[in-house]
Design a protein. Structure first.
Length: 244
């Protein structure tokens, strides 16, 4: 992201955290800014978004499920696609509208998006499946939204990545992601998608996370993920509908 975009985002976060007396709720601001920085400024997330945008090149109509503040939807629309963003959070959708007034954002449930069957060429679900109470039901519903020869693109954290394996071997407890209800690895998520009626076209992970290094030596982590995808993170998949 450009420097002026980052500055503008910080100012929006501070305004959203302003109390009625005009002061800023510092605890809320710290939490909101920290979450945004981890999500949008991390090299891995930027690389994940690059892959998704490349995989959607030339696509006519895209549904972005769990669109958040619309940053991915905005990048997809800049490539010429018609993009509809869906999210359950009103605050996130307001932020999406501020980021791009021309995009269509709809409040809705990720498991049962209210659209006609066969409406989209691509359904994108980035870092969504691990938060859902009924993930398999969601996959079935998303399949019905796709046109013939449509594709599902999704990403999800790998619960068996190198950093977590090393922590277990050293007797250290991996950090718990409080908002995650479901946990997948590189192979089980592909099996689940097959059971839900999808065929895997492309499967990869973004980086090989070294314990305690986070994003240091990031280019090396990117390269090694291609050699050892089963222990990389996050998982990124492009799927077609079986028999389409």
């Amino acid at each position: 992201m450009k420097e002026d975009e980052i500055r503008e985002k910080f100012m929006r976060v501070l305004e959203d955290c302003r109390k009625k007396d005009g002061t800023v709720d510092l605890n809320q601001a710290y939490s909101s800014i920290g979450l945004w920085m981890r999500h949008f400024l991390s090299p891995a997330d930027q690389k994940r978004m690059e892959y998704i945008v490349d995989w959607c090149d030339g696509v006519s109509k895209i549904l972005d499920i769990g669109c958040g503040d619309g940053m991915l939807a905005k990048r997809l629309s800049e490539k010429g696609s018609e993009v509809v963003g869906v999210d359950i959070s009103i605050d996130q959708l307001k932020e999406g509208k501020r980021n791009s007034k021309s995009l269509n954002f709809v409040r809705g449930d990720a498991t049962h998006p209210v659209f006609r069957r066969g409406s989209f060429d691509v359904v994108v679900a980035g870092e969504v499946l691990e938060h859902l109470r009924r993930p398999f039901e969601s996959l079935l519903e998303w399949r019905h939204l796709l046109k013939p020869n449509g594709r599902l693109i999704l990403s999800t954290p790998n619960n068996v990545n190198l950093a977590k394996i090393c922590r277990h071997l050293m007797g250290r407890k991996p950090p718990i992601r409080d908002l995650h209800l479901n946990f997948y690895d590189f192979y089980t998520i592909q099996q689940i998608l097959n059971f839900a009626g999808y065929e895997i076209e492309l499967a990869r992970t973004i980086r090989l996370p070294f314990p305690y290094l986070r994003y240091r030596l990031f280019l090396i982590q990117l390269s090694l993920a291609g050699l050892f995808p089963a222990i990389g993170d996050p998982i990124l998949l492009r799927c077609t509908v079986s028999g389409a």
